[in-house]
Every structure is written in C-alpha cells, then in structure tokens.
Design a protein around this ligand. Structure first.
Ligand SMILES: [Ca+2]
Ligand SMILES: [Ca+2]
Length: 493
C-alpha cells in the first residue's frame, strides 16, 4: 500500500519540501535491511563474549554503525522473543510466553514490524527464520514476498509451514548423550558444500533482492538459523577452532548454592545436563561446534553485507542486526536458553543508520529488543507503532553517551523477570524469590546479593522496575504444530 496522495501532500507541506517528483520523494526515505540470528549469544569479536570467536563480518557491521554492548532480549526463547520484537509487545502485554502459543492467534490485530512498513509505502520481503517456525512466514499482512521453501506453506496467516530449506544432516545422533532430552542437541562437521546449507540459500535470496530495483523503499529481512542446534556445518568452520585449544566459559562449581529454588530449577531444567556434558567428555566439543556455527553464520551474513556494500542501496539504508536471545554453554550449570542470567539474555544488537549513527560507535546503555520496532520506524520517518512497549533508540544512536534511564527487561514464562540497569541485574521469579547481582563487580553473576541487607534499598528499587503481569493480560492457549499437516491444533482439544 502506497502513501496516500493526501498523506503525501501533508507530509510535503510539513517538510516544506519543494515540488519534488513523488517517486523521488518516496525513495528518499531509507530502506531497511534487518538481519536476525538465532540463539547467538554475545560471542562476537566486537563484544568479546568469547576470547577466540571469529566474526569478522558482524564486527564489520559493528564498525559501520552503533554496537549496543548491553542489549538484552525481551524473552529468552524463540517464539516469545520474536513475537515480542516483531509486534512491539512484551509477553506481559501479549500473553505469548512460550513456543506453543501462536502469536497471530494471541494478537489478531497486531500490526507487525514489516506490516507497518508495508502500510507506509514500503515493499516488505523476508527470508529464513524471522518469526518462529511455523508462524508468520505466510502472514499475508506481513510480507509482499517471502522465500518459501515448503510447498505446503499456505497463505492463511498462521498455519504456514517451516519455510526453511532442508538441512543436510548426518545420520543421527552423532553425539553420545542419550540422557539429554533436548531434541537436536547434537553436532558434527558435515561433508557438504556450504551452498547446500539453508542459511546459504537464505542469504542468496536476500542478495538477489538487494540487486533489484523495487521502485519504492524496501524492508528486507533475512534470518540465519545457525548457531541454533543441531550444530551441523561444513568442516572448515570446525577447523577454525582446534579442539585442544578451545577455551571453556567460566563456571563456578558451587554457583547454584546461593540461588533460590526457582533459580536452581531454571538452571537444571530437563534439557540442561551440564554434569552429563562434562562426564561424557563433550564440553569442549560442544563449545567448538557452537563457535563453528557462529563463524558459519557470520560468513553468510558477510555475503549479504558484501552485496549490500556494492548495491545502489548502500547510501540510503538502515541496517540492523539482532539475535533472538543468548545461550548458555555450561555457565550456571545451564545449557541452551530459557533462563534469566546474562548469558541467556545478552545479545548482539547493531544499528547503522546513515546520517544518524557514527561508524564504530559503542553504546553501553541497557536496552532490549522492544526498542527495535520503534527505532526502525523512527529512523524511516514512519509513525510510532500504535501499541509498543518500547521506545526509539534514536537519542542513543545520535549520542551513545546520552542519558538513558530505562532498564532492559527480559521475561521467561509468566511471572519470571530479569531487570538490568548499568549497575544491577535483578531477577524475580514467579514465586517471589529473588537474585541480585552487582554487574561491574561480578560480571559472571556468581554472588547473589538478594539476601544482603546492605543492598536492600537497591533491590527494592530494581523490584519496582519489574513489569506487571497485567491482571487481564490474555491467557493464550497452547497449540500443537504439525509440520506434516502444516496445522496448529489447540492442545486441549
Ligand atoms: Ca532462538
Ligand atoms: Ca552463585
């Protein structure tokens, strides 16, 4: 849908613009290239989350704009994170807390991020993992064009399939960890050309769109699937990290001793068996595989960036990159996501906006993914989203040292929240139990200060920042997704 004539006229009057051709004026608005990565924690070179990680391309993107060094996800799990970012509504607003709650069923009237751009004269195109599997790829309101792979994908808004190319996988399982219940917790080098990898195809599709003239501004989004498990990528990426040299993340033996019961349960959930990873001799192997997948995805993103930097859009495009959440590899005796410590919530977030950001700038203010939608809308000169729980980051993009008093907030399942300020990280679980970490003094979050009377005042101040679960926030039913039938069915029926 294009800008209406009346709106165009009033916009021109407001801007006091001379009588430029309507098309030229429309194209003067910036394009948006949004890159998403999956389960990628703060292990990028520019963030220093792991001393060995090799991410020259994401680092290059960081050098083009502003790297947020203290960015957190709104929810450390795929669907609630992506639903929140793409609709602008936190789980506490939407009721979408888990992977089995289809966001469009919960929010039939939400205007999503790409939809907002479409409604304002943009062409919206997407590929790869942007929404969670099985949701949103075919939402007819979101996209003008999507890289559909699954022939069963249907355009009815919510019953779309896994629109993702098939993954070349070895016979499974490769890794002998039978007691780990997390499906797909497996890894190995695969003997395939990288052109056969799904993320390669997603990147190629996006690259083709960068070369095309769309006749109006574009919103182009590409979502990488790696480093999501299973960690199967070509061997050359494993070879970047020789096994005997792999550095393990720091883990404290008795780290869980000072956690409340709810925290211990979150650390030692059914999918997370650090003891087993260690006793089977797999810790270094798993870290190697995760690093390999990061460098693979970084290489795919580099292909998109190469194409972007030689494209006509180069001078007039906002580029953003985010991960849907972080990832534990043993820290707090925890694996995977689904936790509220910094390793699970801290993410790469980079925004490069011509004329706004300074190349290579870094911003240390605590921000979260609820800021993404309002920021991209703002940078494109679009109206603020109608209902968003976050605000635009423009003041920080203009001046990374600008005063910023909002906390970063992350929520995992109903009633469990993490709140970050520059000084403190506060966690409150649904049963009311708490954790408090002094961030500058305790970067690994090993010492829970919640019971320390010396910090009672700070703790109370942090507790006041916890988002309320709206008393009438929706109770969203759980659904089961059948990929063969490409259908959602309520679990209770
Ligand atoms: Ca994810
Ligand atoms: Ca501890």
């Amino acid at each position: 849908m294009g800008l209406s004539h009346a709106a165009a006229m009033s916009r021109r009057a407001f801007l006091g613009a001379a009588a430029a051709a309507p098309l030229a004026r429309a194209q003067s608005r910036p394009n948006v290239l949004m890159l998403a990565v999956d389960d990628w924690n703060d292990w990028i070179g520019a963030l220093g989350g792991h001393p060995q990680v090799k991410t020259p391309n994401v680092d290059r993107l960081a050098s083009m704009g502003t790297l947020f060094t203290d960015a957190h996800t709104a929810a450390p799990l795929c669907n609630p994170s992506r639903s929140a970012l793409m609709t602008g509504r936190r789980p506490t607003t939407s009721g979408v807390y888990d992977n089995d709650q289809p966001w469009r069923i919960a929010m039939p009237n939400a205007v999503t991020l790409p939809e907002h751009f479409r409604n304002n004269g943009y062409r919206a195109m997407g590929a790869g993992k942007l929404f969670h599997h099985g949701q949103g790829y075919n939402d007819p309101r979101c996209w003008d064009e999507y890289f559909h792979w699954n022939p069963k994908a249907r355009a009815d808004g919510m019953t779309d399939g896994y629109s993702f190319p098939p993954d070349p996988e070895p016979a499974r399982p490769v890794t002998p960890m039978p007691s780990v219940s997390w499906r797909n917790f497996d890894w190995a080098p695969v003997d395939v050309r990288e052109q056969e990898m799904p993320d390669y195809k997603v990147a190629s599709w996006a690259i083709e769109r960068l070369k095309q003239n769309h006749g109006k501004p574009f919103f182009l989004a590409g979502g990488m699937f790696r480093p999501h498990i299973p960690w199967f990528v070509p061997k050359k990426y494993f070879d970047l990290y020789p096994l005997d040299e792999v550095v393990l993340p720091p883990v404290k033996d008795d780290d869980l001793a000072d956690l409340p019961e709810a925290g211990r349960k979150m650390a030692l959930n059914e999918h997370s068996r650090h003891d087993l990873v260690v006793t089977t001799g797999n810790w270094k192997r798993a870290v190697q595989a995760y690093l390999a997948c990061i460098s693979f995805s970084d290489t795919m993103l580099g292909r998109i960036l190469d194409a972007f930097e030689t494209s006509p859009a180069r001078e007039n495009t906002v580029v953003a990159l985010w991960s849907d959440h972080g990832y534990h590899l043993g820290e707090k005796w925890h694996w995977h996501k689904q936790a509220l410590w910094q390793r699970a919530t801290h993410i790469p977030l980079i925004i490069a906006a011509p004329g706004v950001t300074k190349p290579g700038s870094r911003c240390a203010a605590p921000v979260d993914t609820m800021n993404v939608y309002p920021t991209l809308a703002d940078l494109a000169g679009l109206p603020a989203p109608a209902s968003a729980d976050g605000v635009s980051l423009r003041p920080l993009l203009k001046d990374p040292a600008a005063k910023w008093e909002r906390p970063a907030i992350s929520t995992f399942l109903r009633g469990n929240h993490a709140v970050y300020t520059e000084r403190w990280h506060y966690i409150r679980y649904a049963d009311g139990s708490e954790e408090l970490y002094d961030r500058p003094r305790d970067p690994h979050e090993w010492v829970n200060l919640a019971g320390n009377p010396a910090h009672a005042e700070a703790k109370s101040a942090m507790a006041r920042l916890v988002p309320r679960d709206a008393p009438n926030s929706p109770r969203v039913e759980s659904y089961r997704f059948d990929p063969a039938e490409v259908r959602w069915t309520p679990k209770g029926r």
